[in-house]
Design a protein around this ligand. Structure first.
Ligand code: 26V
Length: 819
């Protein structure tokens, strides 16, 4: 007997079970006996989705009725991770659904594990966007995420013979139950061609853009449900398709085959996510992707404005648009073009609207990551936008000259166009000039922005600058991924902390409670046991849950210094070999992370870690004291069991180079202690948890700068530190490469002769600090206290706090309750 309505909204285990079987039959077309694991997963996903659709509809109608101001978060990446578990948590029916499924003798966790995560991001920047969507919905803020529906997300990583191998990510292979295509809201995006001036029938001077080709942008919407609220916002991702019709003749003189070619090319636009992070490459397709999703999104906003019958002047009241790094910075020129060319708004008025609407977040200071597009490439694709950028630049530089009379160097430095040699468009400058607010992602990073890459802009409009320290969502990163700790905390202080993370401070009153300490250790121990089981299963490596789990998981990059961690391991290994009875705290070193496919040095770092693992794990003299594990294919799914199992979190970037970090927050919230430099958000984490509960080492930003200034010579450190020399020599000798002395030579040579990230300068301090960690871990009670205090004091790093700051200080938006 089918009870449609109740079966689609009811939350009891009985109704959920009935709904699940119904979906299995009517969506997958399978009875229980014939269904595959994927069928079960899809039926389960639809059962959950059904329960979200009511919220989604009520949210949309509430927003329309209230005419609310909407946050539009523009990001080339959204690293959402699997939806199912998260939606169950946010709906508050995780346990009920588990009961419903287990009542059918199915393995609930196994079904949840079926989901192929949408890996539509590289790392920190994309994951931040996902955490922010969760907080926006939870805080009941009208908002929309806009991005690209890549057919292939970040590659899957396999490790073969110790090397990274990239495998295409076919995440859409078995369908995506979370998205709804909205072909009726498709838009057209134009590229190439040329411009010509003309006088319109009112005698106005105007410019006409005659594009050479176009693509269609089709929106795919995914509901983003808040935690225990009725708000379900939308993530709208654009897919490129061939245009309905385009007058190719106008440009191609009837060249049919070229027209067909261009149709094929248009569908390539959203095929694949570029897998670089922190390294800019001026690829044409990448610029096409950026303009594509920006233009789709802005046109979508104009359509919403029209549907609500609001005047153009209302644009900045209706929308506040956040640019997640410079990837969507072309929005400055596109919004101007739409206003001036299409909607016939006069320039000054259009410029006001643009500036009032846009705000820009910077995520990196690394010069090689700053986007600058070669002028000819840009002109070929977006000729009209280039003219608009020239006009913006001319007007802006006039103001610069007025404020800094005679300072021609400053004018050249601030220009939107880099004219030293080949000419480039500087996207960060465009974003700064076109936005009313500019922010960094941690206190230190925001200060450094003002002192370095954006110094001139800070001097020109200081009022635009602010800091918005990153945060992460406690729903995914604690409640979902660490159920044992969640249960323990809730038993002591109730469940309010999941929405108000500051409440974790109440745990401080239990820090001396022996029984609570024991339960805390037991929770950590069971999480370590689970990770050990996963490692055994996937890699057939046995690790000891009673050893110290020392974890570094993040993208592989020289500035993040995974090889400094490796030098510590080699030093420990060498000292045990020299002194076989050496007493050390048994440790398991765990690594995870992908290298950009074209980043040779990062790939070699993976090979170094796996090579050290092979030797260390195979050596009976050391293997009961140290073990090394590289977890392949580090992504959201695979990271979720890692944070709860860590004792020690490695946050060891060269000071001044990690903008914020967000993994550092996930570890500390889950009770790991941090060994770290004064970099990014580490600074603020240490302030919050207390210096006595944080293992600090290394040069600070000013010392790094001073050392480089005076002429840094890694050789001096190599020759004056025996342990360092021994570790490097051992790697160079071929000890970890079956006698091959060439394999790691590029890495060793770079350290000895150049060492741009100052590993050798920080080595002694790092090793000394690791010795303190070793000793501290032996005092179990004290370690437990520190672990509890870390978790208890991490409230600041909830993305709810970050989003509240953005809402109050940049977006000027208020919550709207959905009933
Ligand atoms: C740059 C590029 C260049 C073109 C190809 C694709 C691509 C993708 C990403 C990026 C920029 C990456 C910048 C980034 O991820 N920054 C990280 O942002 C995190 C969130 O704010 C922050 O926690 C990390 O410290 C910062 O490295």
């Amino acid at each position: 007997q089918i009870q449609v309505e109740e079966d689609r909204i009811g939350l009891s285990p009985e109704i959920l079970r009935r709904a699940f079987l119904d979906n299995l039959f009517y969506i997958q077309g399978k009875p229980l006996a014939l269904a595959t694991k994927n069928d079960f997963y899809i039926a389960l996903a639809y059962t959950v989705r059904d329960r979200m659709l009511h919220c989604w509809n009520s949210t949309a109608s509430t927003y329309t009725a209230r005419g609310s101001r909407t946050v539009c978060y523009l990001s080339a990446e959204f690293l959402m991770g699997p939806h199912l578990g998260n939606n169950l948590i946010n709906l508050g029916i995780y346990d009920q659904m588990k009961q419903a499924i287990e009542g059918l003798d199915l393995d609930f966790e196994e079904l949840i594990a079926q989901e192929e995560e949408p890996g539509l991001g590289n790392g920190g920047l994309g994951r931040l966007a996902a955490c922010y969507l969760d907080s926006l919905a939870t805080l009941e803020i009208p908002s929309m995420g806009y991005g690209i529906r890549y057919e292939f997300g970040i590659f899957d990583q396999e490790i073969r013979d110790g090397w990274q191998v990239e495998i295409t990510d076919k995440w859409l292979r078995y369908g995506n139950p979370w998205e709804l295509p909205r072909p009726e809201w498709a838009v057209e995006i134009k590229f190439g061609g040329y411009t010509e001036p003309f006088t319109d029938d009112q005698g106005r001077y105007r410019v006409r853009w005659i594009p050479a080709w176009s693509v269609k942008g089709v929106p795919y919407d995914t509901p983003i449900l808040g935690y225990q609220v009725n708000t379900a916002n939308t993530l709208r991702l654009w897919k490129a398709e061939a245009p309905e019709s385009f007058d190719f003749e106008a440009f191609n003189q009837g060249n049919y085959y070229r027209a067909v070619q261009e149709k094929v090319a248009s569908e390539n636009l959203t095929k694949v996510l570029y897998p670089n992070d922190e390294k800019f490459e001026g690829k044409q397709l990448r610029l096409q992707q950026q303009f594509f999703f920006v233009s789709c999104s802005l046109q979508d906003m104009f359509h919403i404005l029209e549907r609500q019958q609001l005047p153009l002047e209302a644009f900045p009241q209706k929308f506040t648009v956040q640019l997640n790094d410079t990837h969507p910075a072309i929005a400055v020129a596109e919004l101007m073009r739409l206003l001036v060319d299409k909607y016939l708004v006069e320039w000054d008025k259009a410029w006001d609207i643009t500036q009032q609407t846009l705000a820009y977040t910077n995520h990196t200071l690394l010069p090689e990551a700053l986007e600058k597009w070669a002028l000819d490439l840009f002109a070929g694709l977006l000729p009209r936008h280039l003219e608009i950028i020239y006009e913006i630049n001319a007007r802006f530089l006039d103001r610069v000259r007025l404020k800094f009379v005679g300072d021609a160097e400053r004018t050249a430095r601030m220009s939107l166009i880099d004219e030293q040699g080949a000419r480039y468009i500087r996207m960060a400058h465009l974003a700064c000039v076109g936005s009313h607010a500019i922010n960094g992602v941690a206190a230190l990073h925001s200060e450094l922005l003002k002192q370095t890459v954006l110094k001139d802009f800070y001097e020109f409009f200081p009022e635009k600058f602010s800091n918005k320290t990153n945060g992460v969502t406690p729903r995914r990163w604690i409640a979902l991924s660490n159920p044992s700790m969640t249960k323990l905390i809730t038993s002591k202080i109730g469940s309010g902390w999941i929405k108000h993370l500051d409440q974790l401070r109440q745990l401080e009153s239990f820090v001396g409670d022996i029984e609570f300490q024991r339960q805390w250790r037991e929770s950590k121990r069971s999480n370590k046991q689970s990770l050990a089981a996963l490692v055994k299963n996937r890699l057939d490596i046995t690790i000891d849950p009673d050893s110290l789990f020392d974890v570094q998981s993040k993208r592989i990059h020289e500035y993040k210094r995974q090889h400094l961690n490796a030098l510590h391991i080699v030093t420990l290994y060498d000292s045990i070999k020299q002194n076989p009875t050496l007493e050390i705290t048994p440790r398991t070193f765990i690594f995870g992370g992908k290298a950009a496919p074209g980043y040779y040095m990062a790939k070699l770092m993976i090979k170094l870690i796996t090579a050290i693992a092979e030797v260390v794990n195979g050596d009976p003299d050391v293997r009961d004291r140290i073990k090394v594990v590289f977890i392949p294919d580090y992504n959201v799914t695979n990271s979720q069991p890692v944070y709860p199992a860590a004792d020690l979190s490695e946050q060891i970037s060269t000071a001044g180079l990690e903008a914020s970090g967000t993994g550092n927050m996930k570890f500390a919230m889950n009770g790991a202690l941090t060994i770290g430099t004064l970099d990014g958000a580490n600074v603020e984490i240490r302030e919050e948890v207390g210096a006595e509960n944080f293992f600090l080492f290394g040069l600070i930003t000013e010392e790094v700068a001073a050392l480089k200034e005076q002429g840094y010579n890694p050789w001096d450190y190599y020759h004056s530190n025996d342990a360092l020399k021994a570790a490097i020599d051992l790697i160079a000798s071929g000890h970890f490469s079956h006698g091959d002395r060439d394999l790691f030579k590029p890495l060793v040579d770079k350290l000895l002769h150049h060492d741009p990230f100052l590993l050798l300068a920080d080595y002694a301090s790092y090793i000394e600090c690791q010795t303190k960690v070793d000793q501290a871990y032996r005092d179990t009670q004290h370690w437990t206290r520190m672990s509890i205090l870390n978790a208890a004091r991490m409230g600041k790093f909830s993305s709810d706090r970050s989003i509240r700051d953005y809402c109050k200080e940049i977006w000027k938006v208020q919550p709207i309750e959905v009933l």
